[in-house]
Each structure stands twice: as structure tokens, then as C-alpha cells.
Design a protein around this ligand. Structure first.
Ligand code: SF4
Length: 477
């Protein structure tokens, strides 16, 4: 079974541990600094960058406003092209659908590529319970899986690892899952890439079933699109007999013309490249070419919940470029795992509470994992206003019951509520408080003292506002 984020501590606790890890902080700072510099150079080449961002935000908003129409169009087109569409309300349903599809093929070892969503829903463990071994083939995801680790970035899940650590993982683990690492493997990037290539090629050539995600779904033709740098995705998407793509509802773009906007933004903003080395597209099945069976599993798992949030729904515009993580001073110091989700950084701080609801201590802590500096607002290619959403989510957490955990605090608030509901009781309480003025201490006793350590207890007026109003006739006497 793979490790998961289930039971992860709230952000302050996780971040406190991460910030003490100097190696982790050095690895994250080096990697994000390098990607930031590449991105800045490549973005500066495009005089129309801001217009592209405007267009992308507007296109995504149109998709979200008419999601039902576009999704039905996707279903119609995929079905007409020989594929089968499945709808999953939540993680359990998606896992059941995929597991049943894999078991029906009789295969017990499959390959996977480019799917954060399958990590979000815990597909690997659901397959493992059914006796199916799913091997990651995206290089960074494979490093995480081989190291029994957890992802820390949406584009580079093993960003928190340096070359020496990756070498050690390859030497220790590759032989347990297939072709071992070559003798005398060093931490030279070319040697590491070659070791991964040899290990994975064996799997590509054997696997009859592949599971993928998709960066986009083009509604007008029902075409799925995967964008990647290594070519491993292309191998998965073309060599297997059966392809199962597990995709979030929000990945739709209406037309190929619209896709063009996102393809111009994604690579520059994600990895500082003019275009992605591999863009693979497929529409249903083609006799004699590529997978002969294609299933598209469309997953909600909280997306319609997020869509219902007027301020927060803009988080569903995200195209997972990772730029908000690379620029974030909080992410740089805490690393991605502190966010307790496959979606870390600023997008994780808003998307996780929107998908799951800010009802437990872990998700309720995420909107506070930000200094509100707004650097993420400036780099997001789909113009998500993180600071607006963070403030709205903090408001929701504060309004909800999630933060009021202490039974004493709950009882006190209930008592105040009861007094405020009854005018006679309220007036009596106000008069009594006025009379008790001289007794109010400047420093509160016991655990309440923490509050007065940094604040002054407000002076209680001699007379209530109502009494003043009555005595002066609204200030006219
Ligand atoms: S929120 Fe914006 S910057 Fe962050 S990963 Fe998504 S698209 Fe990229």
C-alpha cells in the first residue's frame, strides 16, 4: 500500500516540522529559484502575455458557467468516437469504476501517467486492495512511488528531493519492482534518466492497461490532451491495449481554438519552456492504431461543491502549472507536503477547502497558510485572485463551527447568544456590566491572560448607548 495524506496534521504542525529540515528547505529553494528564473525569462518574450491570461480566465469562466452543456458534449463526442464515458460522484465511485475496468481485462500490473486526480482519490491503494500493481511512469511521480514518499508539487512531485537522494532511491528500490538500477549508478542527471528509462521501458512494453489523467478535454471533438516533457506519457497513451483516463470535470475547453490559448500559457508558466516537448491528443479509438479500448472516467469529488462557491469557484480555472508554488514564500520555506494534499502551495490552500469543505482542522488551517503577499495573483496564468479566495475561506472558517472547538468557548458563546435574544435580559446585563466597571481587571486571569498580554482590555463606558440616547434624546438635549 502507498503512503497517503490521510490523517495529516494541520498546516502549522506540519510546517513546524518541515521548516526544521534544512536539507528540505535547501532542495525546495534551489528548485523553485531555478524554475522561477526560467519562467520570468520566457514570459518576458511574449508581449501579449497579459492578453493571453485575460483570454484564459474568460474561457475558463465560460466553461464553468456552462459546465453541464460542455460535459454532455464531451460524452457525446467520445461515445461517437468509440470510447465509453463513466461518471463518478466521488473518490469511492471513481475507484470502483476503474478497479472493475482493470479487473475485467484480467491484468494485474498496469502503468500510470500524469494523473494527480488518481492520487487525490487514492486509486493506487484501491487497486492494490484488488490485487493490481499500478506503476507510475512520469519520472518525478515514479521517484515518489519508489521512495514510498508523498508528492510535494503539482508539476515536479519529487521537487523536495536532490540528485543524491534520487540515486539512493533508485539503487535501493528499482530491483524490487523490476529492472534494477545499473551497477555503479552516480547522481549524474543523465545516468539517473537512463536508469529510469531502462526500468520503465520494460513496463511500457509489458503493460496491456494504462491509466492516465488529462490536462484538457476538448468538447467539440471529445479529444483528451496530455502535455508532458519526457515522452513517458506518449508511451503509456499509445502502447497499451486499454486506456482508462480519469479526469476532473473542470478540465473541459470548448474548442481547439481555445486549447491554443492554454498551450501557449502552460509550458512557459510551468517549466520555463517555449512549448511542451510532448503534447499527445486522442479521440476515442482508432482501429489498428493505439489503444483499442478507451474509457473516460469523469470525476466530481467536490468540484460541484467548489463551483457553488461564488468567490471560490475561480480555483477551478487552475491548469496545474505550479507557478503559484514556485513564487510562494510560504511554500519555499515549508515545502509542499506541509499542505497535506496532492495540491500544495497557494492553489492547495484554496482548492482543498473548496473541494472538501473547511470542516476539519487540517483543511480549516489551509486558508491561513499564506502571508497574503499576493505574489501568486501575479503569476497565475488564469488570473485566480488567491487573496480574495483566501480571505473568503478564512471568513467561512471563522463563521463555521470548525474553529470553535473548546467546549468552554462554545458554552460561553451560547450563553451570550441566549442573553442577546432577550431584550430584558440584555438590558439587565448591560446595566450590571456598567456597575461592575471598577472591578474589571486590566489583565485577565489564568489562560485568558494570553489575550491581554498583547491587548488592552477596553474601557467600559459609564452609561450604555441606549441610556445615553434616552437621556439626551438622541444627542439633541
Ligand atoms: S493556481 Fe494558477 S499558478 Fe497555481 S497551479 Fe493553478 S494555474 Fe498555475
Amino acid at each position: 500500500m502507498s503512503r497517503t495524506f490521510v490523517g495529516w496534521p494541520a498546516f502549522p504542525q506540519a510546517a513546524a516540522a518541515a521548516t526544521r529540515d534544512e536539507q528540505l528547505r535547501a532542495n525546495v529553494a534551489r528548485a523553485t529559484g531555478t524554475i522561477r528564473a526560467k519562467r520570468a525569462k520566457l514570459v518576458a518574450e511574449r508581449p501579449d502575455w497579459e492578453e493571453l491570461r485575460d483570454a484564459a480566465a474568460a474561457l475558463k469562466d465560460d466553461v464553468l458557467a456552462h459546465l453541464d452543456t460542455y460535459l454532455l458534449q464531451v460524452e457525446e463526442q467520445v461515445t461517437a468516437a468509440g470510447g465509453t464515458v463513466h461518471w463518478a460522484r466521488d473518490a469511492a465511485e471513481a475507484n470502483r469504476i476503474v478497479t472493475d475496468l482493470v479487473l475485467a481485462t484480467g491484468e494485474r500490473e498496469i502503468v500510470k501517467v500524469k494523473s494527480m486526480l488518481t492520487e487525490e482519490i487514492g486509486l493506487d491503494n484501491a487497486l492494490a486492495v484488488a490485487g493490481v500493481d499500478a506503476r507510475e511512469t512520469d519520472l518525478a511521480a515514479a521517484i515518489v512511488q519508489l521512495g514510498d514518499d508523498l508528492p510535494s508539487h503539482v508539476v515536479v512531485p519529487a521537487l523536495h528531493r536532490n540528485r543524491a537522494e534520487i540515486r539512493d532511491i533508485f539503487v535501493r528500490e528499482m530491483g524490487r519492482h523490476g529492472r534494477p538500477a545499473p551497477e555503479g549508478l552516480s547522481d549524474d542527471p543523465q545516468q539517473l534518466a537512463e536508469a529510469a528509462r531502462l526500468h520503465m521501458r520494460e513496463k511500457f512494453l509489458k503493460a496491456k492497461v494504462a491509466v492516465s489523467g488529462a490536462n484538457f478535454l476538448v468538447a467539440e471533438t471529445g479529444t483528451a490532451v496530455v502535455v508532458e516533457s519526457e515522452g513517458n506519457g506518449r508511451m503509456c497513451l499509445t502502447l497499451a491495449d486499454t486506456l482508462i483516463s480519469v479526469v476532473g470535470l473542470e478540465k473541459v475547453v470548448p474548442t481547439w481554438r481555445d486549447l491554443e490559448v492554454f498551450l501557449q500559457l502552460l509550458a512557459r508558466n510551468a517549466t520555463g519552456e517555449r512549448m511542451s516537448p510532448y503534447t499527445t491528443t486522442w479521440t476515442g479509438t482508432t482501429p489498428g492504431d493505439g489503444p483499442q479500448t478507451f474509457h473516460l472516467v469523469l470525476v466530481d469529488n467536490g468540484r460541484t461543491r467548489a463551483l457553488a462557491d461564488e468567490v471560490g469557484r475561480q480555483a477551478l480555472r487552475c491548469i496545474r502549472c505550479g507557478a503559484c508554488m514556485n513564487i510562494c514564500p510560504v511554500y519555499e520555506r515549508t515545502g509542499g507536503q506541509s499542505y497535506g494534499s496532492v495540491y500544495p502551495g497557494p492553489i492547495g490552500a484554496i482548492l482543498n477547502p473548496l473541494l472538501k469543505g473547511p470542516d476539519d482542522a487540517q483543511t480549516a488551517s489551509l486558508p491561513y497558510a499564506s502571508s497574503l503577499c499576493g505574489a501568486c495573483n501575479d503569476v497565475c496564468p488564469v488570473r485566480i485572485r488567491f487573496t480574495d479566495v483566501l480571505l473568503e475561506l478564512r471568513h467561512q472558517v471563522a463563521e463555521g463551527d470548525a474553529r470553535i472547538k473548546h467546549p468552554g468557548e462554545k458554552a460561553a458563546l451560547r450563553a451570550v447568544g441566549a442573553v442577546m435574544e432577550h431584550p430584558a435580559a440584555w438590558n439587565t446585563a448591560v446595566r450590571a456590566t456598567g456597575r461592575a466597571r471598577p472591578l474589571v481587571p486590566k489583565k485577565l486571569p489564568g489562560p485568558l491572560g494570553g489575550w491581554t498580554d498583547s491587548r488592552a482590555v477596553p474601557d467600559i463606558p459609564k452609561e450604555s448607548f441606549r441610556a445615553w440616547w434616552k437621556r439626551t434624546d438622541g444627542g439633541t438635549k
